[in-house]
Design a protein around this ligand. Structure first.
Ligand code: C5P
Length: 402
């Protein structure tokens, strides 16, 4: 029996437009073998009806705390005990605020207080509401109490704006739930990662850099966190906010990234180098802005240290994973790189094409390890990160066992 079968999910639906996707999520969870009961808040019922969820789940869709008929079907304490996981999708800013304050003024908030099961939130709200300090502090409090936060995604919003705050698609939420119950979790495992690009200064205003957005590294950090790992992310300059429950150290140059990694690598179990570290840096950084007096100008560059290779060459190295961005013969070059750097696994991708790559939201990867490979087709970076995290966990445990 797979671990996912017979898992009991209490699906909480709160009042956001993304609630229409919760019916699809319910179906996806059921199709994956999970048993689902649904609780709707008052506000959710302005968007979707309990009857929809009742018809799909084949069970009462709960809406009231103080209702003798609903309490007779399964009282709220039994419902709280029944669940293996409470998944609130969508979780609005208001619900997150009420949960953070420990309210028990409706059925769903009360269940969140009464349950011993893990609670996962799938936030969905306008991007400004998501960025608002109040929302961030509320979520921070909940994550400290052990709540899981799945998403949100970036993209077009129902309000016409674009940004972070879209609820993850049902398929991605299903993947999170499956990863949550999958064996080989990373509970108690320390992960150290690099992400983003580095900036190598030429003078106080200019630098040598590259086009890495950090999206893949940040998504992978979240997926590894969702598997239970403690994640430290050393990131070059990116425009992404720090994911919840992850310690993020911001650096600029390759040398700063290296020192940040080396002081934290002791005791780490898994190291993933996702950063596009500049291979070279200017030998000298001018103290004042360079003036354009001359027709031509020559920059002398010197090699940067290879952080990943240095970590992999340690006495008792962590499980090391690298990335290889190639424009041709992707797998051959990646495998050569894996061997020469002494890595346990490498994730290779083709760059320089129209699809996928550095700044895109999607990508395709080929994972290569000693004696195995897996091709992950083009998909969103957050889905890709979930697959990759699962594979890293599996290979890490395989290495630890052998
Ligand atoms: O050799 P190449 O730069 O293609 O290798 C890419 C991999 O090595 C990535 O995982 C990257 O994070 C890591 N790397 C590093 N330090 C460098 C260069 C690359 O950690 N100076």
């Amino acid at each position: 029996m797979s671990s996912i079968e017979s898992k009991k999910i209490l699906l909480g639906v709160t009042g956001g437009i993304a609630a229409y996707k919760s019916a699809v999520l319910l179906r996806a969870l059921q199709n994956a073998g999970m048993e689902v009961r649904v609780v709707l808040t008052q506000a959710a019922q302005a968007f979707v009806t309990p009857l929809t969820f009742q018809a799909l789940s084949g069970h009462t869709a709960y809406t009231e705390l103080l209702d003798s008929v609903q309490e007779a079907a399964m009282d709220h304490i039994s419902l709280a005990r029944w669940a293996d996981l409470v998944l609130v999708a969508p979780a609005t800013a208001d619900f997150i605020a009420r949960a953070a304050s420990g309210h028990a003024d409706d059925l769903l908030a009360t269940l969140c207080l009464a349950t011993r099961a893990p609670i996962a939130l799938a936030p969905a709200m306008n991007q400004q509401m998501w960025l608002n300090q109040a929302t961030r502090e509320n979520l921070e409090r909940l994550v400290k109490r052990g709540y899981l936060c799945w998403g949100p995604d970036d993209g077009a919003q129902a309000c016409g704006e674009t940004g972070s705050g879209r609820m993850l698609e049902p398929e991605a939420l299903l993947k999170h739930a499956q990863a949550h119950f999958a064996p080989g979790s990373l509970d108690g495992i320390n992960v150290l990662m690099t992400a983003g690009s580095t900036r190598e200064p030429i003078d106080p205003v200019r630098f040598v850099g590259n086009r890495s957005s950090g999206k893949m590294g940040f998504a992978l950090a979240e997926s590894l966190r969702d598997l239970g790992a403690s994640v430290i992310l050393v990131s070059g300059p990116v425009s992404l906010s720090t994911p919840f429950g992850i310690e993020c150290i911001r650096v600029e140059t390759a040398e700063q990234m290296r020192s940040s990694v080396l002081v934290r690598v002791e005791g780490c179990d898994i190291f993933v180098g996702v950063a596009a570290v500049a291979d070279y840096r200017p030998r000298h950084c001018a103290s004042e802005k360079i003036k354009k007096h001359k027709e031509t100008m020559t920059l002398e560059l010197v090699r940067n240290p290879d952080i990943l290779a240095e970590v992999a060459a340690r006495g008792r190295p962590p499980f090391t994973v690298g990335f290889a961005a190639e424009t041709e013969q992707v797998e051959t070059y990646a495998e050569t790189k894996r061997r020469s750097k002494g890595l346990d696994m490498i994730a290779a991708n083709r760059v320089g094409t129209d699809e996928g790559g550095f700044e895109s939201d999607s990508n395709a990867l080929v994972l290569i390890w000693q004696g195995g490979r897996e091709a992950l087709p083009m998909m969103t970076k957050s889905l890709l990160a979930q697959h990759l995290a699962g594979r890293i966990s599996e290979r890490y445990h395989a290495r630890t066992r052998s």
